[in-house]
Design a protein around this ligand. Sequence first.
Ligand SMILES: NC(=O)c1ccc[n+]([C@@H]2O[C@H](COP(=O)([O-])OP(=O)(O)OC[C@H]3O[C@@H](n4cnc5c(N)ncnc54)[C@H](OP(=O)(O)O)[C@@H]3O)[C@@H](O)[C@H]2O)c1
Length: 293
Amino acid sequence: MSQQAHSTVAVTGVTGALGSRIAASLAERGVPQLLVGRDPDRIPELPGAQRRGPAEYADASAMRTALAGASTLVLVSGRPRGRRLEEHATAVEAGRAVGVERVLYVSLIGAAPTATYRNARDHWLTERFLAGSGVRHTIFRAGIYASTPAALADEDLLVSGPGGNGRAAFVTHDDIADVITAVALDEGPRSEHDGATLEVTGPEALTLEEMVSRIATATGRPYRYVPESVEEAFARRWRQGADGVRIESWISWYQAIANGDVSAVTDVVQRITGSPATPVERAGWWPEPKTAG
Ligand SMILES: NC(=O)c1ccc[n+]([C@@H]2O[C@H](COP(=O)([O-])OP(=O)(O)OC[C@H]3O[C@@H](n4cnc5c(N)ncnc54)[C@H](OP(=O)(O)O)[C@@H]3O)[C@@H](O)[C@H]2O)c1
C-alpha cells in the first residue's frame, strides 16, 4: 500500500461492476474514499473508505451530504432513463457546493447527439454540461464492454441481433477502472488530463462472431452469435414484450457495431496505465445470460 498522503476521492456506482472495481483499485493504493450508493447496505467495505448514502444522483441534498469531504468525484454514469443529464448535473453541482474540485466522468464511446447507439446520446449532453461548468474534469469514454455480449445471450447462449460483420473494440471493466484510477492518482493542482476526453478501448476490433466465440472459449460454454436483420430483430423483441425504448436501445447497440462506429482502437490503456489493454478472453468475468439491463 502506498505511504503517500492522498486527497479524498468520492466514487459513485460502487454497487455496480465498474464503480466497485474503481473503488477496490483506489483502496489498494491507499486512497481515502467516500463510497456513494443508493443502498448503503450494498456498498462494499474497503480499507480507508467511508460508506455514504443513500444518495441518488437526482437528490441534490443527499448528494451534498454524501460528497462532503471529497476533492475528486468519480461519477459513474447511471442507467439511461431519459433524465441522465439532470441526474449527472445535479450530482456534479452538489459536489461543487461541498468542495469537490475535480470530476472524472464515465461517458460512452461515440457520445454524440446523433450517435447510432441511442445510449450514447445523453452522455454527450453531460459532456457538454461539464465543458461549460468551469469545474476541472476528465471524460472517460468507455468502449463497448467485453461483458455485454454474455449478458445479452439467451438461455440457449445465443447472442442474436443485427450486428452484421461490423467490429467493436470491446474493453474489459478492469482496464477502464485502471485508467480512471491512474488519472485519479494524478493529484496535483493541474493535470495533463484536465479537459481531456479519453477513449478507453480494448486492444483490437472484433466482430460479434469473433467476440462471442472468445467468450465461448473463455467460459467453456457454447455461446454463439446469430446475425439478424433489423426487421427480424425488431419482430422478435416485440413478440417478447419489450417496449419501444428498450428495443431502440438494444437494436442500436448492434447497429453501432454493424456501422463500425465503435471500432476504433486507441492507446489510452497503455498510455495511462503503462500496461497493454487486456485481450478480451482474459476479462475474467462474464455475466450470466439474460442479465443485460
Ligand atoms: N460501455 C458500455 O458498453 C456500457 C454498457 C452498459 C452500461 N454502460 C454505462 O456504464 C455505467 C457503469 O457500468 P456498470 O457495468 O458498472 O453498470 P452497473 O453494474 O449496472 O452499475 C451501475 C451503478 O450505477 C448506480 N446508479 C445507476 N443510476 C443511479 C442513480 N440515478 N443514482 C445513483 N446511482 C446510480 C447503480 O446503483 P444501484 O446498484 O443502486 O442500481 C450501480 O451502482 C452504467 O451505469 C451505464 O451508464 C456502459
